[in-house]
Design a protein around this ligand. Structure first.
Ligand code: C2E
Ligand code: CA
Ligand code: CA
Ligand code: CA
Length: 277
């Protein structure tokens, strides 16, 4: 037991030490992985749930570790954010997704790719220039790119709005991810420079048998329509959820019911099958 000031003691906690060691190892591994590009982008289809047509896809990163195998972004994105490594990793992800979408475009698939942007990236100094460079380098027209951001960035409302406005001026679309889970969404939504609202999966999970979730979805759809925004539901796993979404006016969706996120080759095959239908 170590004395800590006059009113307390700090105890040595072996699990804390073990955790921080694991954390240090993880950070080192992540740094190496970024240098060696040990990542893959998976693509999850976004579907028009009325016609069943594919409208675009979300890019979702996976870390493919040579010994540990595939590591979920839920495990490493928070570390990349805290350490700042998300800046270089995020640029790599964006370039990869734009380059691949340009290829699909050239092959006759006019799809919009959505790339997740973490709060940390929004506030990086040269974000807008970085994005412009990536578009120029890959040749992807800006209209075929969408960036998914979360409500958390609007804690600094004016700063965030100004940055998003610059991004939209390029011609890139903006979507608010996980909508409904942040603070006071409805009070400021009308002044935000966004094109699409993505309703959080937590409202979709029980929409087919929960009146409250239905009411929330209906309210979000109504607001989106009156503000001329698109609305998409995520986490759709059941036909009953699709029916409930249609009843409440939500026309776009994403989820395991349609497809899990697919590796590039698998998404490529999916595209060609979709076209053949
Ligand atoms: P998110 O942006 O909300 O992405 C949706 C997550 O839900 C993805 O998990 C997706 O695979 C999963 N999902 C899709 N459909 C269903 C479904 O029907 N049921 C269920 N249970 N889950 C579904 P994933 O790929 O593990 O990504 C988790 C989170 O990691 C993402 O949440 C996002 O916050 C972050 N992330 C992933 N890729 C990137 C990236 O490239 N950049 C950044 N900054 N964050 C990323
Ligand atoms: Ca997302
Ligand atoms: Ca989401
Ligand atoms: Ca999320």
């Amino acid at each position: 037991v170590k004395s800590h000031g006059k009113n307390g003691y700090e105890f040595f906690d072996p699990t804390m030490e073990a955790k921080s060691l694991e954390r240090i190892l993880m950070e080192n591994e992540l740094r190496k992985a970024i240098e060696q590009e040990h990542f893959q982008i998976y693509y999850q289809p976004k579907i028009d749930i009325v016609t069943g047509k594919l409208t675009g896809m979300e890019a979702l990163v996976r870390w493919v570790h040579p010994e540990l195998g595939v590591i979920s972004p839920i495990r490493f994105i928070p570390i990349a954010e805290e350490t700042g490594m998300i800046i270089s990793l995020g640029e790599w992800i964006l370039r990869q997704a734009c380059r691949q979408n340009k290829l699909w475009h050239d092959q006759g698939f006019p799809l919009k790719v959505s790339v997740n942007l973490s709060a940390r990236q929004i506030y990086q100094k040269d974000l807008v220039d970085m994005i412009k460079n990536v578009l120029e380098e890959t040749g992807l027209p800006p209209e075929w790119l969408e960036l998914e951001i979360t409500e958390s960035i609007f804690v600094k409302l004016e700063e965030a709005t100004a940055i998003l406005q610059q991004i939209r001026d390029i011609g890139i679309r903006i979507s608010i991810d996980d909508f409904g889970t942040g603070y006071s969404s409805f009070s400021y939504i009308k002044s935000l420079p966004v094109d699409t609202i993505k309703i959080d999966a937590s409202f979709i999970r029980d929409i087919h048998h929960n009146q409250e979730s239905q009411a929330i979805v209906k309210a979000i759809v109504t607001i989106a329509q009156s503000l001329n925004m698109n609305v998409i539901a995520e986490g759709i796993e059941l036909d009953d959820q699709v029916a409930a979404l249609q009843e409440n006016g939500c026309d776009l969706g994403q989820g395991y019911l349609f497809s899990r996120p697919l590796a590039t080759d698998d998404f490529d095959r999916y595209l060609r099958k979709d076209l053949a239908q």
